[in-house]
Design a binder for this molecule. Sequence first.
Ligand code: ZN
Length: 349
Amino acid sequence: MPTAQPSELRFDSQTISARFIDPSGVITEQIIEIRTSPITGRTCRISFSRIDEKEPGTESLPQPPPDADKTDQCPFCRPQVSSKTPQLHPELATSGRMVLGDSLLFPNLFPYGSYSAVSLFDNTHFVEIGKASEDAYANCFLNSSRYLAKISAHDPKAVYMAITQNHLPSAGGSLIHPHLQINADRLPANHQRILLQRANRFHQQSGSYLFSSYVEHEIAAGSRYIGTTGSWEWMAAFAPEGFFEIWGILPQKTSFQQVTVSDWGDLVRGILNTQRFYRSLCRNGYNLGLLSVEIPSSRLELRIVMMVRSNYAPWVRSDHTGFEVVLGDMTTFNAPEQTAQWARAFFSS
Ligand SMILES: [Zn+2]
């Protein structure tokens, strides 16, 4: 955690260099930037020397995965979804699965927490990055938030909530059929615990909301700011912990139950804009997610985090190395300011 006063947002960065004789015999100096997140105090690195390195598997958008047309083997495809997936406990819902438009929500057969569910977009088995139906995506989020409202009513102590997506196996997805994961628990995950502490301490000391203040700073600074979709403000993360990390912040809203139907639609427009940007980089895998702590005293506003993951294609290397695993500093290769510059074109319409 940072030693700076929590009431001030600090955008710290330092530059270090590595000197060596390159293979052509010339003494060279390579620059590495270390940035500290104003939100968490965590550091990350940008290794600029790899920026021009074309990663294997990103020459073009990879072909669809081998199981892209194997709908008969997919437990999320109709008609087998009704016999191959579990149903909600009767204490939670009178119908075993929750339906909203084409979205279908049911418990996760392999739960990660006390309340662990899956929400399908619709019956489309494989959707390429950036090609999802806006309506289906928005209904999927809305279905997820209605499930979380049921949890709040059923178990008011299960306040630590999240909605996430893993697109393709390289991002952790076990089934390619598009779906969101929903989680609620009485115990916080690391980010819920740390971000709640930070946001509430910031509010106590400054009277301001942490992410709202962050947005104000980023709009004024301009270099990482991307644009808006409705009330959502989009920007490249100052200190990314993933490749091409982009945030969408919904200022002053601290609960999933404060998000309106039109807010969910606006969120999906930003998500799809970001995916089209990722697609332009020939990337096919991504993670996204939102978390909240559903208590009245929470000053932790809603923020979606999106990042590219290693492509799902043969012989692609992982985006996590020993450096990330052992030292805990993510190393990316390009400046967030460049990410924002490239992404803006996809938010301009
Ligand atoms: Zn399917």
